[in-house]
Design a binder for this molecule. Structure first.
Ligand code: NAY
Length: 293
């Protein structure tokens, strides 16, 4: 059954001055986004720098989010993707006990597994985690491309309730939405949210929602009301900012933008390096020009 609609920030992981996961900063960030009307959160994804965190840090960050959403209607989806199935299952077990509404997983990466192995992985997760599972399609980073027939096999499993489509392939997105009306298909590229909603998407997970949630909540509402021209103005503003983020590094740029808004989440963990002064200035000016400050 389709149950996810609206804007889901893929939360950053805030760090304190010593580089430790900072639960207070995480909770402030969650509260800011809730005030702006988001439907829920995606925790532990790429934006969260998850593959630069230890298992304990991933669990701690999720617990901070669960505490902040307590008493609200926000749904939390936790990415449990990691290299080994057993470790993914351990994160899934923790996420279930923490009270998330679904888990998600990037396909196990680095080693070139075959599609049979990916399918076995997702079915194992769906059966053993006792949680709804959302596939994470991100070919540019995982190197894994799910073809139509692969998705069909995966979607036969009722516990696999949807997919986060972090791909520019709108042809595949449109077909998925038509063919699987009961599945939750999230667009995972913020810069094409308008295009995705125009082919029927109703939910989005994105890193730039951390600091542009208000813009995207309005954009989604306008699209739902059929006001595409007005929505396009917002998408255009957002895309001018996203263009700069893509040039300076998206996750570092998201954290820099949050800092400009008064939500200091620290720097991205090394090997990421901080933005240069020139990059910071360029980002600041673009945020200012596009109503983000
Ligand atoms: C994640 O796991 O945090 C995400 O995939 C969030 C989605 C983002 N995708 C990537 C690859 O970073 O929000 C998008 C993306 O940053 C944005 O569209 C700019 O390309």
């Amino acid at each position: 059954m389709k149950e996810y609609r609206g804007i889901f920030p893929a939360l950053v992981t805030p760090f304190d001055e010593k580089g430790r996961v900072d639960a207070d900063r995480m909770q402030r960030l969650v509260e800011k986004n809730l005030r702006q009307g988001v439907a829920g959160f995606y925790v532990g994804g790429s934006t969260a720098e998850s593959y630069l965190l230890s298992m304990d840090e991933r669990k701690y960050a999720l617990e901070a989010v669960m505490e902040a959403v307590q008493g609200t209607e926000a749904s939390v989806i936790a990415n449990v993707g990691v290299f080994a199935t057993e470790h993914g299952l351990a994160l899934a077990d923790h996420a279930r006990r923490a009270g998330v509404s679904a888990i998600s997983s990037v396909p196990p990466f680095y080693f070139p597994f075959c599609m049979e192995e990916y399918i076995h992985y997702y079915n194992t997760l769906a059966e053993r985690a006792q949680m709804p599972v959302i596939l994470y399609n991100i070919p540019a980073m995982s190197g894994v491309t799910f073809k139509k027939e692969d998705i069909q096999r995966l979607f036969e499993n009722e516990n696999i309730i949807g997919m986060k489509h972090t791909s520019y392939d709108l042809f595949q997105l449109q077909q998925l939405i038509q063919e699987y009306p009961e599945k939750n298909i999230f667009i995972g590229h913020d810069e094409i949210l308008l295009c995705a909603f125009s082919v029927g998407a109703e939910a989005a997970i994105g890193s730039t929602f951390n600091f542009m949630a208000e813009k995207f909540v309005r954009l989604a509402k306008l699209m739902n009301e059929g006001k595409q021209r007005e929505a396009l103005k917002l998408q255009d503003q957002a895309n001018r900012v996203i263009q700069v983020l893509c040039e300076v590094g998206v996750f570092k740029g998201v954290k820099a933008a949050l800092k400009f808004q008064g939500y200091d989440c620290g720097l991205c963990r090394e090997p990421f390096l901080p933005l240069s002064k020139r990059e910071e200035r360029r980002l600041y000016e673009t945020l200012l020009e596009n109503d983000c400050l």
